[in-house]
Each structure stands twice: as structure tokens, then as C-alpha cells.
Design a protein. Structure first.
Ligand code: ADP
Length: 633
């Protein structure tokens, strides 16, 4: 078989076609970023080679000086980017350059709006990568060979970025990847030495390998010296430099490289620890949640380096799950170079680094919350729900994490989550010693819950929680700064000193007076309720539902049931407001059947306003209709 026989034409995955089209149209105002993307890939490829060569020196093939080279040809209008990194096998080329394997791809395409400005933002979050070459090139030729394979295993991939690409087997003497961009006529500037240099300095100065270009002598920009190359970047790992020497732009470009993000980060923290355990960390908080935030297989969290050598992506031992939005690097001086994921799991250096890293990130968030309220609000909007997993996962830092929480509250008129627990405590009433909250499955359900009536009357603030994670989170959060949390929809409501003697006596009297009614209702409702009792929570509604202190909120029970989970049968208590005209009317009802119907309707109503689910909705409707009809008689 000849080498030619291997040439074949393959179609791009549909998503790749969509992505290419979108990218060429939406990124044309910032074309130069293609260089950053390709250099970033080349640098990753060299990192991978260096790592694999730790256990197999032969992969270096006698050339261990890793570098990136850029060649320009003005006449042919080409830009060629060469790396001596790991390279790709034929299968890898098909997998990496013909398809998008990223998790979250489907969500990404669903999120597209057709509005170019908005879609350009989205594409940034998704990461443009290799395909960005087509922003400036109408043909791309990639030739690659995996390190350690024979020269005859070279692969040439070529495409005009439309429907398909060709693939052929070629001879390639050196390992690594060479990408030739055949520039569009309008983009000829990327074949000019000074232009490309300035782009490299702008975006890729932090790349730790040398990026070499042909030397140009002063006054002779056009005449590159054929064989003389020089590094055009500073080629030192950014994090090894001291903070004072690194500009914001450099931090930002480094972020885009490690996080594969196209947008600027929200904040960063760079830290060097020296002593028995020496390491450097550089962490970033992104501006936007990635599409795959809830995907268990997502990658690209924290990169681990040992003594400047890249070891692995997504070292999940370095950051707890509730901080999974953090991106960045850790470079340890103490770990062995041959460290594996297994070793990381039980390593005391890692344990120390992780504890220190959590402290740094929480500290960064704390200072942001104090000094940059708007930024913090942005953070909270994107990642608050993730941080709420903290109390369950990180008992040690529970209080610190809780201090970072922001809630919607009856203190606000809308659903903005901006009330901290400290704000709440600062506004507590005389005699109040609990932090009151309610959980519901929507903000409206929380805000309009009958349970809040007495709190409105007394002017006591209640936190309104309607994120799905809230009910679960609160089961791990029992107190904050010595004040315990109390759900207003659970247990016996104890307003303590905030209820005066007269109110207590009135309640007792009304309970005594209503004894007969309470018993009749309990008989009518039977097993549906634990108890029927007189309330002191309500001022406007006839009744409400209360679950026991340790039980799950009614709305949560519904969510679990709908998700097909088994929910233990928990009997709620029905609390009634004897002052309400409907309850008074009920008390006066002598027809037992009608009393019965009426009691059930009240019970079902209480269940509905609690966000619960009726066991028998049809009966509720027919009873209600009966009652409405009786009004017309
Ligand atoms: P990303 O870099 O976000 O993974 P890309 O589309 O840029 O997405 O690249 C896809 C994959 O192709 C990379 O993850 C890598 O495996 C491979 N790749 C790209 N460029 C190179 C290169 N120069 N050398 C080796 N592999 C590469």
C-alpha cells in the first residue's frame, strides 16, 4: 500500500460545523486570539510530553529542549506554528480535531440565541481552541506525530473549515505538531514578524516555554534573518515570578490559558508558602459558571505541577467540591515527580496544600465581600448555589462559609439575594435569639407563605430560601455566631420574649375555647394529620401546615417524590386561626358531611400554599365546587 492510499475525507461532527461558522462570524473583531489558542495548545502538548517522559525518557527522542516556533512567509501568506510536544496519533487527530468531546456541548448549542453579541460571549465560555485557526485562515494543514512512534506514523490533517477534512499518513521525522495557516487575504498581517511578535507578547508572555521567531534586524523588518531565531516571550512560569512584577493583564492571560476561558476572571489570589511544606498557588474565580458545572465528569479545575513540571489536570484532591468553580495551579516543591492520583489521595503534603488552598480562596471571597460588593454580588449570582454545598462538605470551615452566604429576605422588597447572616443579626429584635428562615420551592411561595404572617405583624425579619439546595444545606447548618436557625414552618413556633404575657394568655384562652372544634376537625381529617391545634403564626389566613422540627419541608417532600424517591410518611400538623371568619363559619356548621368537606378543603389549601402536592386533587376540586355551588343556593 502506498502512503497516498491512506488519504481519506471525513466529515466534521455537526457541532463542529456549527461552532466553526459561529466562530468565524462572531470573533472577527478580535481575530488575533487565534494565536493565543494555538500557542496554549502547543504549550499543553509540551507539558504532556515532559510528564510522560518522566517515566519513559525515550519519548524525548534525543531532543529534550521543549519549545514552540513560529515561521512566517509573507509571499505564501502563511503562518506556521511548530511544537515538539507530545503530538497526536491518527485516532487522536480524529477524536480531537474532528469532534468536540467536551461535556456540556449540547447545553452550549441549546443556549445559543442567534444574537451575535450574546453568542460571542457564550462561545468564550465554551472555549474556542484549535478551531479559532479558521478565523484568519481559509485552509489549515496540521501535520503531527506522536512521540515515541516511528517516523512513518505521521498524520496530515487538512481542512478549509467547511464541511469536511482530509486525513493522510505521512512521514514525519520529528515528533510534535506543525500547523500551517493559509491566511485569508484580509489577514495577511499575521504573516508579518512585528505584528505576530506583539500578539505573542500580549497574550502568551507567561507561557513557560520559549516561543521562537526569526530575528529581524533594526530597519529591516521585511528581511528576516533566515536561520537565526530568538525567544520573543519571557519564557518563565508566571507563578514563579513575584506578585509585584506581574501585571493584571499577565494574570488575565495566564487565566485564559489555564482555564480555557475566553473571558477575564473575576478575581485571583497568588500565594507562596515556604517552610516544611513549600508550594505556590495561583487561583482564579471565573466570571461565569461553565456549562458543565453540574457535570460530574467535568475537567480543568486545578492543574498540579511539581517543581515547575506539569503533572496533571484537574487534580480534584486539591480543592473540595464546593469550590469546584476555582481554576488555577498548584506547584509543589515537596511531592515526588512520579506522583499519581492514587498517591494524592493519602498524602499529607496534599492534605496541607488543600487546607491552605481552601483558606486562601475563602479569604479571597471574604475580602471581595467586604471591599467589592458589586463584584461579590456577581460571584454570588454565579456560584452561590455551589458554595452552599460547603457546610455539608467542610464542617471545619462551616462558620466561615456561612458568613459568605447571601439570602433573599423579608427585609427586601424583591428576590435579590444580598442579606448576609451578619446583616440579619444586626437587625434582630430585642429578645430575639433565633435566625428565622423559610424554605420553599419558589421565591413567590416563600414570600407569600402564611407562616410569615406573625413575623410581618411583629416586624421580625425572615430569610427566604428557594434554591433547591437550601433545605439540604440547612440540615447541616444549625447555628451561626451562637444563634440557632429556626424554620418558621417547622415545629412549635417559639417567639420567646417577643410575645408578651397578654398574647400568651389570649392564645391559651382561644385554644381552650376551640377544643370542640379542634376535636371535630381531627376526627374529620383522621390519619392525614398528626394534630389540629390553634395557631399563633397567622393573622390573615384560616390555617397552615406545620411539620415536625426534624422533618423535611413539604415542598422538599414533593421534589423528592417527583424525582421518584421514597419519602417516609410524615404526618403534618394543621394549625388553625380561630379568629378567621371561615373557621368561625366552620365551627357553626351542624351538617357533619359539610363540616367534613370543609375541613378537607382547608387542609388541602394549607398543603397547596406550602408548595405540597395533593394526594387526591380531583376530590379537592369537587369539594370546592360543591361549596361554591352552595353559595348560589
Ligand atoms: P482544548 O484545548 O480546549 O481541549 P482544542 O480544540 O484547542 O480544545 O484542542 C482539542 C484537543 O486537541 C486538545 O485537548 C489536545 O488533545 C489536542 N491538541 C490540540 N493541539 C495540539 C497540539 N499542538 N499537540 C498535541 N495535541 C493537540
Amino acid at each position: 500500500m502506498t502512503v497516498e492510499a491512506h488519504k481519506e475525507t471525513l466529515g466534521f461532527q455537526t457541532e463542529v460545523k456549527q461552532l466553526l461558522k459561529l466562530m468565524i462570524h462572531s470573533l472577527y473583531s478580535n481575530k488575533e486570539i487565534f494565536l493565543r489558542e494555538l500557542v496554549s495548545n502547543a504549550s499543553d502538548a509540551c507539558d504532556k510530553l515532559r510528564f510522560e517522559a518522566l517515566s519513559d525518557d525515550a519519548l524525548f527522542e534525543g531532543d529534550s529542549e521543549l519549545k514552540i516556533r513560529i515561521d512566517l512567509d509573507k509571499d505564501a501568506r502563511t503562518l506556521t506554528l511548530i511544537d515538539n510536544g507530545i503530538g497526536m496519533s491518527r485516532e487522536e487527530v480524529i477524536e480531537n480535531i474532528g469532534t468536540i468531546a467536551k461535556s456540556g456541548t449540547r447545553q452550549f448549542f441549546e443556549a445559543l440565541t442567534g444574537d451575535q453579541a450574546k453568542d460571542a460571549q457564550l462561545i468564550g465560555q465554551f472555549g474556542v481552541g484549535f478551531y479559532s485557526a479558521f478565523i484568519v485562515a481559509d485552509k489549515v494543514t496540521l501535520t503531527t506525530r506522536r512521540a515515541g512512534m516511528g517516523a512513518e506514523h505521521g498524520v496530515r490533517w487538512e481542512s478549509a473549515g467547511e464541511g469536511d477534512y482530509t486525513l493522510e499518513t505521512v512521514e514525519k521525522a520529528t515528533r510534535g505538531t506543525e500547523i500551517v495557516l493559509h491566511l485569508r487575504e484580509d489577514d495577511a498581517e499575521y504573516a508579518e514578524n512585528y505584528r505576530v511578535r506583539s500578539v505573542i507578547r500580549k497574550y502568551s508572555d507567561h507561557i513557560s516555554l520559549p516561543i521562537e521567531m526569526q530575528k529581524v534586524s533594526y530597519g529591516e523588518e521585511d528581511k528576516a534573518q533566515a536561520d537565526e531565531y530568538e525567544a520573543v516571550n519571557s519564557a518563565s512560569a508566571l507563578w514563579t515570578r513575584s506578585k509585584g512584577e506581574i501585571s493584571d493583564e499577565e494574570y488575565t492571560e495566564f487565566y485564559k490559558h489555564v482555564a480555557h476561558d475566553y473571558q477575564e476572571p473575576l478575581a485571583h489570589v497568588h500565594n507562596k508558602v515556604e517552610g516544611t511544606n513549600s508550594y505556590t498557588s495561583l487561583f482564579y474565580i471565573p466570571k461565569h459558571a461553565p456549562f458543565d458545572m453540574w457535570d460530574r465528569d467535568r475537567r480543568n479545575g486545578i492543574k498540579l505541577y511539581v517543581k515547575r513540571v506539569f503533572i496533571m489536570d484537574d487534580a480534584e484532591q486539591l480543592m473540595p467540591t464546593y469550590l469546584r468553580f476555582v481554576k488555577g495551579i498548584v506547584d509543589s516543591d515537596d511531592l515526588p515527580l512520579n506522583v499519581s492520583r492514587e498517591i494524592l489521595q493519602h498524602n499529607r503534603h496534599i492534605e496541607n496544600i488543600r487546607n491552605g488552598s481552601v483558606k486562601k480562596v475563602l479569604g479571597l471571597l471574604e475580602s471581595m465581600s467586604k471591599n467589592e460588593a458589586e463584584k461579590y454580588a456577581e460571584f454570588w449570582g454565579e456560584f452561590g448555589v455551589v458554595l452552599k454545598e460547603g457546610p455539608a462538605e467542610d464542617n471545619k470551615n462551616k462558620e466561615r462559609i456561612a458568613k459568605l452566604f447571601r439570602f433573599a429576605s423579608t427585609h427586601n422588597s424583591d428576590n435579590t439575594q444580598n442579606v448576609s447572616l451578619d446583616d440579619y443579626i444586626g437587625r434582630m429584635k430585642d429578645g430575639q435569639n433565633k435566625i428565622y428562615y423559610i424554605t420553599a420551592d419558589s421565591f413567590a411561595a416563600a414570600k407569600n407563605s402564611p407562616h410569615l404572617e406573625v413575623f410581618h405583624k411583629k416586624g421580625i425579619e425572615v430569610l427566604l430560601m428557594s434554591d433547591r439546595v437550601d433545605e439540604w444545606m440547612m440540615s447541616y447548618l444549625h447555628e451561626f455566631e451562637g444563634k440557632s436557625f429556626q424554620s418558621v414552618a417547622k415545629g412549635d413556633l417559639d417567639l420567646g420574649a417577643m410575645e408578651d404575657q397578654a398574647e400568651k394568655e389570649a392564645l391559651e384562652k382561644s385554644a381552650n375555647d376551640s377544643k370542640g372544634l379542634l376535636e371535630r376537625m381531627k376526627t374529620a381529617l383522621g390519619d392525614k394529620v398528626e394534630e389540629v391545634r390553634v395557631t399563633h403564626r397567622l393573622t390573615k389566613s384560616p390555617c397552615c401546615m406545620v411539620v415536625a422540627e426534624q422533618d423535611m419541608a413539604v415542598s422538599m417532600q414533593k421534589i423528592l417524590k417527583q424525582a421518584g424517591h421514597e419519602v417516609p410518611n410524615m404526618k403534618p400538623t394543621l394549625e388553625i386561626n380561630p379568629e378567621h371568619p371561615l373557621v368561625k363559619r366552620l365551627d357553626a356548621e351542624t351538617d357533619e358531611d359539610r363540616f367534613n368537606d370543609w375541613s378537607h378543603v382547608l387542609f388541602d389549601q394549607a398543603m397547596l400554599s406550602e408548595g405540597g402536592q395533593l394526594d387526591d386533587p380531583a376530590s379537592f376540586v369537587s369539594r370546592l365546587n360543591e361549596l361554591m355551588l352552595s353559595l348560589t343556593k
